[in-house]
Design a protein around this ligand. Structure first.
Ligand SMILES: NC(=O)C1=CN([C@@H]2O[C@H](COP(=O)(O)OP(=O)(O)OC[C@H]3O[C@@H](n4cnc5c(N)ncnc54)[C@H](O)[C@@H]3O)[C@@H](O)[C@H]2O)[C@@H](O)CC1
Ligand SMILES: [K+]
Length: 520
């Protein structure tokens, strides 16, 4: 499932209409109808419906929705928030058709604000078709007053394509808009749906297919995609009857310190629970690991510290190395000496990232294999010399900026982003507030290491680890309060979540990119 900015959506629409000859009028009909179908599955015949109609193509879609609802016998008030003169092209034709079929629209200009407030108060369902991806700048009157009215309404609000007023481009200045209960988005989820500043706007997100050809979608490169459970399931490691531990990789985890031994234990156990075949823990000599746990299952390599530097470990025989959880910053990793020419995968997290900072531009050139960085927003800000707010406001851009230095980036947070050095992105939708606790990041690093070791391909491994980690958080909430969940509880869900994924009912979709998905 591809995610797009508003600008990219316009490019796709232009290709569809101008390059492939699709009629704009018919495409709009398809959009309005797909929206209505999804809407009708969620409302009842008794609902009083108010359809807010703007003057652009989003309003055109809303006119079509109002027509279909009326033709199906629903109780509908179509309310035009601008004058007829705003309507152009296909939207204008659809408005004319609406009237030709004998339907009437109410004009906002003919109502007092008090009257419009009464109408809103008496409504059960609001269709928000005022502004779509074409919004520019802050919402102007009279739409701004209507946005406020909608946000105070008791009615269930369904935004058409995107909540009115909210921009569809990450680069646009922050906008104020409708706060929907559900957004039924056309063709592709918009990138801003996955930014923290707009989290309260979309409500649940549903994507509907409006018949845009795949060829038009493929013109957007590098692409941004949602991680779907189906795509994770299709690429999970499989163990045949002749399987043995050597086939599940040999990993090295350099982690832990006197004050944070638990981070090493959590990461290591998560790597093993995610399928790692053999794991060695490289840990500073003298650190006492908390027992029990998975500490029994891995091998140890005690690291000496000399002159403030951590001893280097020969890396032959290790398929991947993860470095950083709980490591501290006092004992320096000798990046160049330790990893020079190493052809396996290196994963750097937590204190490892702080230590890597001074080597950030050189490091990908010193290793032969891929390097994965797993920063949270604060660590990302540190790596890119910007503020955490800048990272959170521009998560796609910042993930790509770091990836362009030659890294695979896992930018953590709600809707974790995976970025490829070529700029391709994957966005996660699983997760839970239960994961907001110390140690869950260490668990994710271990899971990433475990998945990488099983040889399913680096991006598939990252997608699987990130998705399953989020799903583990969701599952912990079924049996206990989110606030009570610990990182150890998350580890305990890895096996059940993978089992659940593997047993998912139904045939596998041939091409998930074109499935309609419901994102809770
Ligand atoms: N061919 C296409 O391009 C298709 C577009 N579709 C729909 O078209 C939408 C995009 O349509 P448009 O590009 O016409 O744009 P919109 O309908 O999002 O908005 C344009 C209108 O809003 C007004 N406007 C812009 N910024 C404003 C602000 N800050 N305050 C108040 N009014 C403002 C403009 O004057 C114009 O009338 C999508 O969201 C989608 O709903 C669908 O019909 C599918 C096909
Ligand atoms: K809208």
């Amino acid at each position: 499932m591809q995610i797009v900015s508003g600008t990219e959506m316009r490019t796709i629409d232009d290709m569809t209409i101008n390059q492939y000859g699709f009629e704009e009028f018919a495409l709009m009909e398809s959009a309005g109808r797909a929206f209505t179908e999804a809407l009708c599955q969620r409302i009842t015949r008794q609902d009083r419906i108010l359809v807010f109609i703007g003057g652009g193509n989003n309003g055109g879609d809303a006119v079509i929705c109002a027509r279909h609802l009326l033709e199906r016998g629903y109780d509908v008030i179509p309310l035009l928030v601008v004058e007829d003169t705003h309507f152009k092209g296909a939207a204008k034709k659809h408005l004319e058709l609406f009237r030709d079929f004998g339907h009437e629209v109410l004009h906002l200009s003919s109502l007092q604000v008090e009257k419009s407030k009464t109408i809103v108060d008496q409504t059960d369902v609001i269709v928000d078709g005022m502004l779509g991806t074409g919004v520019k700048g802050a919402v102007r009157e009279p739409v701004a007053t209507m946005v406020s009215l909608v946000n105070q309404a008791k009615a269930c609000v369904f935004s058409l394509d995107i909540p009115s007023g909210m921009p569809a481009d990450e680069a646009a200045p922050e906008g104020f808009g409708v706060k929907a209960d559900m957004t039924i988005t056309l063709s592709n989820p918009k990138e801003t749906f996955y930014l923290p500043k707009y989290r309260l706007y979309t409500g649940k997100i549903i994507t509907v297919d409006i018949g845009i050809p795949a060829k038009a979608q493929q013109t957007i490169t590098p692409g941004k995609f949602l991680i779907t459970p189906e795509s994770v399931r299709n690429n999970l490691p499989v163990r045949g009857p002749d399987f043995h531990k050597g086939k599940a990789g040999r990993g090295l985890l350099i982690a832990g310190s006197q004050v944070m031994p638990g981070a090493a234990a959590l990461s290591g156990e998560a790597a093993l629970r995610s399928g790692a075949g053999l794991l060695t823990l490289g840990i500073q000599a003298g650190v006492t690991l908390p027992l029990p746990g998975a500490c029994r299952e891995y091998m140890y390599r005690l690291l000496q510290v000399d002159d403030g530097k951590l001893e280097c470990i020969p890396l032959q025989g290790y398929d991947a190395v993860a470095v950083g959880p709980g490591l501290g910053r006092d004992h320096a990793i000798q990046w160049e000496k330790q990893f020079n020419g190493y052809a396996g995968t290196v994963v750097v997290d937590a204190d490892g990232l702080h230590q890597l900072k001074g080597h950030i531009t050189k490091f990908p050139l010193q290793t032969k294999g891929p390097v994965v960085l797993t920063p949270h927003p604060g660590e990302m800000a540190m790596l890119l010399d910007c503020s955490k707010e800048e990272v959170e406001g521009h998560r796609f851009e910042k993930a790509r900026e770091l990836a362009a230095m030659g890294y695979y980036v896992v930018l953590k947070g709600k809707n974790t982003i995976i970025a490829n050095p070529d700029g391709s992105l994957w966005v996660n939708t699983s997760g839970s507030p239960a994961l907001s606790k110390g140690g869950t990041g260490d668990v994710l690093t271990g899971m990433i290491l475990g998945m990488i070791l099983q040889g399913i391909g680096l991006v598939h491994a990252l997608k699987a680890a990130v998705y399953i980690h989020g799903a583990c958080g969701e599952r912990t909430e079924h049996v206990q309060e989110a606030m009570a969940v610990t990182a150890g509880d998350v580890i305990n869900e890895i096996g059940p979540v993978i089992r659940h994924l593997k047993l998912m009912p139904g045939p596998l979709p041939v091409d998930i990119e074109w499935e309609t998905v419901i994102i809770e």
